[in-house]
Design a protein around this ligand. Structure first.
Ligand SMILES: NC(=O)c1ccc[n+]([C@@H]2O[C@H](COP(=O)([O-])OP(=O)(O)OC[C@H]3O[C@@H](n4cnc5c(N)ncnc54)[C@H](OP(=O)(O)O)[C@@H]3O)[C@@H](O)[C@H]2O)c1
Length: 241
């Protein structure tokens, strides 16, 4: 039986499923958070066939009752949660720019990409605290970087998705605030960007593979006691806030 436990939101497909696979292969028991349990169970079955100790768990990060139930289920079976990956995310912006933005889409995006991780982190903190070296990885995006968005020379500056970019910038602030307040409880919190990865979120337009995208998540999830907290990372190093 695995000695360490990880929960990954949005793990029925894409980067989340691959992060679960890689953590599972490093000996974690992985809970695959999935808003549709059937899809989560199919993903868990796939990973189990590769020798991973994987289990699907119903988890819609926009629903407090779903979040509370998932954490209670894990708490009933394990003394501690070692890794939480806030991976679930959506991109609903259909156009670039404030004039074209749709308030309902922006609100929905904030619900999933910002309130979701906040909700899950708050619910999971008592169980994370019980781990000897808990790690929280917030899957952000370089599109959430204020420094990049405000630099006309940056290639990221032209992608002005109001809902998505604001949600990831808010998630980054959550990383900074929670890394500060949870340090005393031994919990490290980092934001990461997986790079432009071919998944459903971008109609598979990304040029990186899920294997590549998941690596920075796994690196932060398995960093040692001397590892960073309160940072914003990609494969190349630190991303400017
Ligand atoms: N792909 C990229 O180029 C890229 C770049 C930078 C950052 N990211 C970030 O990486 C993360 C993973 O994205 P991906 O590329 O793997 O996209 P994806 O294949 O579309 O996967 C997104 C996952 O999030 C889940 N999800 C959406 N809303 C949810 C909710 N309310 N509750 C729980 N789960 C929910 C989806 O579940 P369903 O199957 O039920 O929809 C799916 O499992 C996201 O946070 C994204 O912003 C991706």
């Amino acid at each position: 039986m695995a000695s360490k436990v990880a929960l990954i939101s949005g793990a029925n497909k894409g980067i989340g499923k691959e992060a679960a696979r890689q953590l599972g292969k490093q000996g974690f028991k992985v809970y695959l958070g999935s808003r549709d349990l059937t899809r989560g169970e199919a993903a868990a079955k796939e990973l189990q066939a590769e020798g991973v100790e994987a289990e699907a768990i119903q988890l819609d990060v926009t629903k407090q009752s779903s979040v509370d139930k998932a954490i209670a289920e894990i708490a009933a079976k394990h003394a501690a949660l070692d890794v939480l990956v806030n991976n679930a995310g959506i991109l609903k912006d259909r156009a670039i720019g404030i004039e074209e933005s749709d308030i309902a889409d922006v609100e929905a995006t904030m619900q999933t990409n910002f309130y979701g991780p906040l909700r899950l982190l708050k619910a999971a903190t008592p169980l994370l605290e019980k781990s000897k070296s808990a790690k929280v990885v917030n899957v952000s995006s370089t599109l959430g970087s204020l420094a990049k968005a405000s630099d006309p020379a940056s290639p990221f500056a032209e992608f002005r998705y109001v809902g998505y970019n604001c949600s990831k910038a808010a998630l980054n602030m959550l990383t900074i605030l929670s890394a500060g307040s949870l340090a005393a409880k031994g919990i490290k919190v980092n934001s990461v960007c997986p790079g432009y990865v071919a998944t459903d979120i971008n109609q598979n337009q990304g040029y990186r593979t899920v294997e590549q995208g998941a690596q920075i998540i796994v690196k932060m999830a398995t960093s040692g006691d001397d590892g960073p907290s309160g940072g914003y990372h990609d494969d190349a190093g630190s991303i400017p806030w």
